[in-house]
Design a protein around this ligand. Structure first.
Ligand code: NAD
Length: 284
């Protein structure tokens, strides 16, 4: 089992970078998104990014031409999946949306096509009942920005075969990543499971008036040499994404998470983070 072509569903912050990174490393990569405006933006963004690599002398024009031949956007999901041996889901972090998408994909792709979710917290066994061959389903969790960050988690649930997990792992290695292969599922996987503990405490400190969010960032950046404190990191990963997860947690536990109202207010005001120039902080 070997991956040669991928399709990425969801062309937002993560999906576009996962797809372009694969194309840079020689894989065919298609991107599909429900929003046509996002697809237009993906096309423009990829062209600008690649042109910048040529200007900086990091790629030749010939290399860029070859990458562009391997990279495409498609406004039709079935067309986007044509020829793909692996489909990576990178749509919004809302469980129902992902269930519906996996059911839809199951009717489109062959039973031997590997299906991956890039969800930040949801284990793939949540979606095992949505597909007819769950042995082909696993987590392939990239970190933001996916063009740069080398860490990827392949998480093998009890439904997933060794061959699937190995093919997914090899794909990551072949696209310049340093993956880990987790053989047991835990929500958030190794990375986000660890960082969730820190974020929860950061929220507790601010919610209960011990310090400001800026103080928390200073503590982690200056005291522990984290490149970004939890709130600056939130601006990078998306305040809206964190709020999606808070809403799911509230619904599941009935207990409002600390700083829920602050996140809700930021999202209502469109302060999604660095991608829009405003989040907890303002950016140039
Ligand atoms: N942002 C991060 O730092 C980060 C890191 C790792 C993993 N993730 C995960 O990646 C996924 C995407 O996150 P993001 O930050 O790129 O979100 P995003 O909001 O930037 O992009 C999501 C995209 O999905 C599209 N979409 C929604 N429903 C769709 C559907 N049914 N079919 C096709 N497209 C659909 C939206 O139009 C949007 O363009 C989430 O599951 C998230 O948890 C995010």
């Amino acid at each position: 089992m070997e991956i040669k072509n991928i399709c990425v569903v969801g062309g937002g912050r993560m999906g576009r970078q996962i797809a372009l990174n694969a194309a840079i490393y020689g894989y065919g990569a298609a991107v599909y998104d429900v929003a046509p405006a996002v697809l237009e933006d993906v096309q423009k963004w990829a062209q600008e990014y690649l042109a910048g690599r040529v200007t900086k002398g990091r790629m030749t024009q010939e290399q860029v031409d070859a990458i562009q031949r391997r990279f495409r956007v498609e406004a039709d999901l079935a067309k986007a999946c044509e020829g793909a041996d692996c489909v990576i889901e990178a749509v919004v972090e809302i469980e129902d949306v992902k269930h519906k998408l996996f059911q839809q994909l199951d009717g489109i792709v062959g039973k031997d096509v590997i299906l991956c979710t890039n969800s930040s917290f949801m284990v793939s066994s949540l979606f095992a009942q949505d597909v007819s061959n769950p042995s082909r389903l696993c987590n392939m969790h990239f970190y933001n920005p996916a063009l740069v960050m080398k860490f990827v988690e392949i998480v093998q649930g009890p439904h997933c075969s060794d061959e699937t997990a190995k093919a997914a792992y090899d794909f990551c290695v072949n696209t310049g990543k340093k993956p880990i292969w987790q053989k047991k599922e835990i929500p958030g996987f190794a990375g986000n499971f660890l960082i969730a503990g820190l974020t929860e405490r950061a929220h507790y400190l601010v919610q209960n008036g011990y310090c400001t969010f800026q103080d928390v960032d200073i503590a982690m950046e200056e005291g522990f040499h984290h490149p970004m404190g939890p709130f600056r990191l939130n601006d990078l990963t998306g305040v809206n994404l964190s709020f999606d997860m808070m809403q799911a947690q509230y619904k599941a536990t009935g207990k409002k998470p600390d700083m829920y109202d602050v996140y809700e207010d930021l999202v209502k005001r469109g302060r999604f983070g660095r991608s829009v120039g405003h989040g907890f902080y303002d950016y140039e």
